[in-house]
Design a protein around this ligand. Structure first.
Ligand SMILES: NC(=O)c1ccc[n+]([C@@H]2O[C@H](COP(=O)([O-])OP(=O)(O)OC[C@H]3O[C@@H](n4cnc5c(N)ncnc54)[C@H](O)[C@@H]3O)[C@@H](O)[C@H]2O)c1
Length: 254
């Protein structure tokens, strides 16, 4: 696996617990040049020190619900990079009022917001970045088992993840003719800013420790290692796939 000198755009670092941070660190260790973006001004004071630690100069504020922000980020990037080898989309959002409630109480606003930020943003970034992508470029996003089975409290995010997984397949098809690959990692639960908005994660993790084939929960590094595989040439024949990194819990019936 030679990733030395490749260029990766990382979306979704909020702090050091972020899955995107773990992936960025591993890419850095492989000699990949990074550009990172963060959602809004409130995160600037957390993300800039992380960028400094990772030796990243290219740091953009980009609210992925805004086409203008996405266009602006990609055009600023195009001034310094003539191509992008990897895109890591590690972004999701649903209003807290629409989580941890009976699913049929989900508001129209919550539903559309979850779909916009957690799903459409992948498509929007892929489209905007198309001019910088090339045969061999690889895009990954992050999903969760709640896309495929009901997970209590996950509600509208489960619907968004199901749409995200379908988006991965359709993007893999439409970008495949240009040699661009698109895949998702379906990660087991780990503690982050986003996951702490979903009630019951500690109980879920305790259950996984007892029931998963590997008898443990996954860590940031487990996801990062699979990200390296999916981004690099090691997975050159893999696209449109949803790869589980969950210590095996999703193969269990009970
Ligand atoms: N933590 C888990 O247990 C788990 C499991 C499976 C999948 N995932 C997925 O992994 C991805 C990363 O989540 P995480 O757990 O690292 O949490 P996180 O909170 O660290 O990352 C989520 C990121 O989304 C960003 N974001 C939200 N709204 C945005 C917007 N409008 N524009 C730009 N960025 C925006 C946040 O700023 C944050 O950086 C998400 O897609 C999440 O659903 C997480």
């Amino acid at each position: 696996m030679n990733m030395q000198g490749k260029k990766a755009l990382i979306l979704g670092i909020a702090n050091k617990h972020s899955i995107a941070y773990g992936i960025a660190r591993s890419l850095k260790e492989q000699g990949v040049e990074l550009a990172i973006s963060y959602a809004g001004p409130a995160l600037a004071k957390r993300v800039h020190p992380i960028a400094e630690e990772l030796g990243v100069d290219l740091v953009y504020e980009c609210d992925l619900s805004k086409d203008y922000d996405i266009k602006n980020m990609i055009s600023l990037l195009a001034e310094v990079w003539d191509s992008i080898d990897y895109i890591v989309h590690s972004v999701a959002f649903a209003p807290s009022a629409d989580l941890n409630i009976p699913f049929h109480h989900t508001s129209r606003h919550g539903f559309l917001t979850a779909m916009d930020i957690s799903v459409y943003s992948l498509l929007a970034v892929a489209r905007e970045a198309e001019m910088l992508l090339h045969p061999g470029s690889s895009i990954i996003t992050l999903s969760y088992y709640g896309a495929q089975k009901v997970v209590p409290n996950y509600g509208v995010m489960g619907i968004a993840k199901a749409a995200l997984e379908a988006t991965v397949r359709y993007l893999a098809y439409s970008m495949g003719e240009h040699g661009i690959r698109v895949n998702a990692i379906s990660a087991g639960p780990i503690r982050t800013l986003s996951s702490s908005a979903i009630g019951g994660i500690s109980q879920m993790q305790r259950r996984i420790e007892k029931s998963a084939p590997l008898s443990r929960n996954i860590e940031q590094e487990d996801i990062a290692k699979t990200a390296l595989y999916l981004l690099s040439d090691l997975s050159s024949g893999v696209t449109g796939d949803i790869l589980f990194v969950d210590a095996g819990i999703s193969i269990m019936a009970y």
